[in-house]
Design a protein around this ligand. Structure first.
Ligand code: ADP
Ligand code: UDP
Length: 236
């Protein structure tokens, strides 16, 4: 597979066309951002960690019969993915209170929720990815009612599989963000990435943050903990 023209440069990845119409190449960058890109830093080695972690997680989900856009890793920082039409939603699933949720409800972080909570954020940088509900999704033509039902169903299945996977490596999955896209034949599948950039991961024993909150909250280096997550996944 040949890498062709650059199609898009995002905050964490570059997307390239390939010599196959239905396949893209995602290059994971050595960049970390928060506050929708307002805070930004170059971090050597992050791209290859997230490329590998995402690949291992998408392969694990495939074993559990959860489809995604992932095809295969082609270099340390690059992976081939199925091209999809992205649904402009950040779908957040929460098992435990943290971050903006804890703040919104004036709740301490670390309280287990009675059931997984699904939230939608409209993926729109100009609007700063606002929190929206099902009616907004419909009004904005982001997705049809039946697509919303399918997205929620898949989000809960993905959550159940990921909670179990992380439990095996002594990590508590607090919350995470995923994105979905539509294939040419109209199927909704999991796309984008799943990595410590997009999940809150706490060590089950020490409660140590093994994710991007270290950067967001100036708590320390992300690289050693991303290495730790990768090693645990490899040894699973
Ligand atoms: P952002 O756009 O938020 O800065 P990234 O740097 O991760 O994020 O850029 C990757 C972009 O590619 C995102 O906009 C994401 O929605 C999009 N994308 C992810 N997977 C696919 C796919 N399979 N096909 C097309 N676009 C994708
Ligand atoms: N998240 C993400 N990208 C975003 C916003 C959130 O990957 O643009 C993830 C984040 O890593 C966390 C979950 O979504 O695992 C919920 O984040 P929250 O709404 O609490 O956001 P924050 O506290 O970062 O504002």
């Amino acid at each position: 597979m040949e890498r062709k023209e650059l199609l898009y440069t995002g905050k964490a990845k570059k997307m390239y066309a390939t010599n196959q119409e239905t396949v893209l190449l995602a290059e994971y960058l050595n960049q970390v951002t928060s506050l929708n890109g307002a805070k930004k830093e170059k971090i050597e080695g992050k791209g290859e960690l997230n490329n590998q972690i995402t690949g291992l997680i998408f392969n694990y989900l495939a074993e559990k019969e959860i489809a995604s856009h992932y095809i295969q890793e082609v270099s340390k920082t690059e992976q081939l993915i199925k091209k999809v039409e992205m649904i402009p939603l950040e779908v957040v699933v929460r098992n435990t209170s943290a971050g903006s949720f804890a703040k919104r409800f004036s709740m301490e972080e670390g309280i287990d929720l009675p059931f997984p909570i699904i939230e939608f954020y409209y993926k729109n940088d100009k609007l700063d990815d606002p929190f929206i509900n099902d009616s907004h999704v419909k009004m904005l033509n982001v997705a049809k009612d039946e697509d919303v039902i399918e997205i929620k169903k898949q989000a809960l299945e993905i959550n159940a599989a990921l909670v179990e996977m992380f439990r095996k490596i002594a990590i508590r999955l607090i919350d995470f963000k995923i994105e979905f896209g539509k294939t040419a034949d109209g199927k909704i599948i999991l796309a984008d990435e799943i990595s410590p950039d997009t999940c809150r991961l706490w060590d089950m024993n020490t409660k140590k943050h093994l994710d991007k909150d270290l950067y967001r909250r100036d708590l320390g280096d992300v690289i050693p903990v991303y290495v730790e997550v990768l090693q645990r996944l490899k040894n699973m």
